[in-house]
Design a protein around this ligand. Structure first.
Ligand code: ZN
Length: 297
């Protein structure tokens, strides 16, 4: 069974029906959906920008510079600054979503429950009712965990304490995209909530190799291998560092990796994993079994 544990539902880019067709083409049995993160369709970053960012973030010396650069990406309204448009495909800008649209994912789960699960996307920022939101959405069949994005939504990790505590109590895994500095206190999270199952998105971006020992040694920590921010070589290094049993296949679909026809190419990251020099059993683990075991399915 193949499970993509990290994809976004953005029907402006890829409709549910098209996504379902792509799953058939590539032999993917289940996709775990997250609400979209931008109000306008997110343009793709160029391969050059992605590689420069990856290299800077993976170095503890250059990471502060990567953090400083990242603060120049958006203005206070969440719009990409014109300075960066030459580095996006089609030189477009975009606007961030501040209130995640969990309704859209709930509707998809109802439509195709045998194909999709969902992550409840929450932000504690400007939301005193965030725990009520968690309770509301976890009642929807197929919502299997909570996604948080302190980088995108600009808050220090400690604001996640209510969500993390409740998720730990409920046994719901937490998928997190870390930010820099206080927005990326991964040690604090793992130490404060030792029973919380944590999946660090995009191989632990932006800390990458600095945090891989924690993932390797902490019983409840994992990484997903999603995102065009990674590369085949980088995934190989990450899997070797944390161990294949700590890795989950994911894509970040429909963002990045457009095929020549402009439609999301579902085969790219799966190909990276298929070409890893590991045992077949380890490969099947990464492609689905590890995740299924983690969620208790
Ligand atoms: Zn994502």
């Amino acid at each position: 069974m193949v499970v993509d544990c990290h994809a976004h539902l953005d029907e402006r880019v890829l409709s549910l029906e098209m996504l379902s067709g792509k799953m058939d083409e590539e032999g993917i049995d289940r996709v775990v959906l997250i609400p979209r993160i931008t109000e306008t369709v997110e343009p793709e970053k160029s391969a050059v920008l992605l590689a420069v960012q990856r290299t800077m973030m993976n170095s503890s010396l250059l990471r502060p510079a990567a953090a400083a650069v990242s603060t120049t990406f958006y203005d206070e309204y969440g719009a990409l600054r014109p300075l960066w448009r030459p580095f996006t495909q089609g030189r477009q800008g975009y606007i961030k979503s501040t209130e995640p649209d969990n309704e859209s994912v709930a509707a998809a789960l109802e439509k195709m429950p045998e194909r999709f699960w969902g992550w409840i996307f929450l932000t504690p920022r400007d939301n005193p009712n965030v725990i009520e939101d968690l309770e509301r959405w976890r009642a929807v069949p197929g919502m299997i965990g909570v996604k948080v994005h302190p980088y995108w939504h600009h808050y220090p990790m400690r604001e996640l304490s209510g969500i993390a505590q409740r998720a730990e109590e409920l046994g719901l895994p937490l998928l997190i995209h870390l930010g820099f500095g206080a927005q990326g206190a991964y040690q604090w999270l793992a130490e404060t909530y030792p029973r919380l199952r944590i999946i660090f998105a995009h191989a632990g971006m932006p800390f990458f190799k600095e945090m891989w020992p924690l993932v390797r040694d902490h019983a409840n920590a994992y990484i997903d291998l999603s995102s065009p921010h990674l590369s085949e070589r980088f995934v190989r290094i990450a899997v070797a560092a944390v161990g294949p049993e700590k890795c989950f296949y994911g894509t970040d679909s429909p963002y990045g990796f457009s095929s020549a026809t402009g439609v999301y190419d579902y085969g790219v990251i799966k190909g990276w994993i298929e070409r890893l020099k590991i045992t077949d059993r380890e490969r099947e683990g990464i492609l689905g079994r590890n995740f299924l075991r983690m969620v208790g399915a």
